[in-house]
Design a protein around this ligand. Structure first.
Ligand SMILES: *Cc1c(COP(=O)(O)O)cnc(C)c1O
Length: 382
């Protein structure tokens, strides 16, 4: 059957497309890459692709991209130095789902565990802890947004009869601070904690953290039991997506076979987006490790440039080591709205995703400069 849109609906579509285009061109404040070209994949949008159930177990429903999904998961298992025979994972709807999955596994392994996470942890984690009904304690942060290891140690000591579940941030949402998994392991050892689980929230910078020197301590070899990243942030994708990698031995403990789908019910959703693994696979194939590394170095160079330019204006800008997020005092509302800059507690940031150019930074800097002058001028008259 075929139907066509009414002129009014058609107009709405045109208007939305225009809006999306314009708003995409400007934003600098959210960690989403927009430099992708997936034209070649458009024919796949004609098909109902669905990677129902576990990607590693074939399903009776055969219209999907499971083979590519497995390659995507393997790519990240290798990048995050998982044991060659002890990894599993899937392409999620985003970093939040990957974090939910990590916590879910942790709870199944340690039902009486206590979850520790820093105050700078992504807002979705608290909701997920609530959904999972897990005991949890927030730990204070240092001024750069990294977890306060002393507070962590003292708090664990007070609850040391309980298994420890750590939600480590590999790039916090506001300042891109990384909690050091190696330091956390030292604390656990010092307190002789036998039962623990460490999940790394690498939604923002997990992907490129593995590509930079010195390599931050966050992956399986450093002591993580699971790692979640977002696919639409550093890699770039038209729809939100992510990847979660866990230890296969842990995932086996929750696996349950379901006759209806002919697969295992090991994922959070039943039906899963069959297109997003395809987009991720395409990016990974096109860029390869070298391309990704170049992308990361480009981001870091632009971030350094932005930091320097802001400082030159007398703005108190700063960055965590090897971070692409540049923090500075909240600029005027007009500027924040135009460039879609998030703000919290008087601070704002720009996130130098791969598509951000020097030219855009210059434009923003000029606007900040003008607003500072206008402010100064107004102060002078008064
Ligand atoms: C973006 C982000 C998340 C959430 O990921 P989504 O892909 O938006 O679901 C979680 N943690 C951090 C640190 C993030 O930056």
């Amino acid at each position: 059957m075929s139907y066509s849109l009414s002129p009014a609906a058609d107009q709405q579509l045109t208007k939305l497309l225009e809006e999306v285009k314009q708003n995409t061109a400007l934003f600098l404040g959210y960690p989403v890459s927009k430099d992708f070209d997936y034209e070649e994949l458009m024919p796949f949008l004609k098909y109902p692709m669905n990677n129902l159930g576990d990607p590693f177990v074939p399903s009776t429903y055969a219209v999907g991209s499971r083979e590519l999904e497995k390659e995507v998961v393997k790519f990240f298992a290798d990048l995050f130095r998982a044991q060659p025979d002890d990894w599993w994972g899937y392409v999620t709807n985003g970093g939040s789902e990957g974090n939910l999955y990590g916590l879910y596994l942790a709870r199944e392994l340690h039902p009486k565990g206590m979850v520790y996470y820093s105050e700078a942890t992504h807002y979705s984690v608290q909701k997920n802890l609530h959904l999972l009904n897990m005991n949890n304690i927030a730990i204070s942060t240092q001024t750069n947004g990294e977890i306060d290891y002393e507070d962590l140690e003292n708090t664990i000591r007070m609850n040391r009869q309980m298994p420890v579940i750590i939600m480590a941030n590999i790039g916090t949402t506001m300042t891109e601070a990384r909690d050091d998994v190696a330091k956390i392991k030292i604390i656990l050892k010092k307190l002789a904690i036998k039962h623990y689980y460490i999940h790394a929230d690498g939604a923002l910078s997990g992907c490129y953290s593995a590509l930079i020197e010195p390599r931050p301590a966050f992956d399986f070899q450093d002591g993580a039991d699971s790692i979640a990243i977002s696919g639409h942030k550093f890699l770039g994708s038209p729809m939100p997506c992510g990847i979660v990698v866990v230890k296969k031995s842990n995932r086996d403990r929750i696996a349950r076979s379901v006759a209806y789908i002919g697969s295992m019910d090991t994922t959070i959703s039943g039906s899963r987006n069959g297109h997003s693994p395809l987009f991720l696979w395409y990016t990974l194939k096109k860029l390869g490790i070298e391309g990704l590394k170049k992308r990361a170095l480009h981001c870091l160079a632009i971030a350094q440039y932005a930091e320097e330019q802001l400082k030159e204006l007398g703005v108190e800008a700063w960055r965590n080591p090897n971070a692409i997020t540049v923090n500075f005092p909240e600029p005027s509302k007009v500027i924040r709205q135009k460039w879609q800059l998030a703000a919290e507690g008087g601070w704002s940031h720009i996130i130098c995703m791969p598509n951000v150019s020097k030219q855009q930074i210059d434009e923003l800097i000029l606007e900040i400069k003008l607003s500072l002058y206008a402010h100064q001028f107004a102060a002078d008259i008064i």
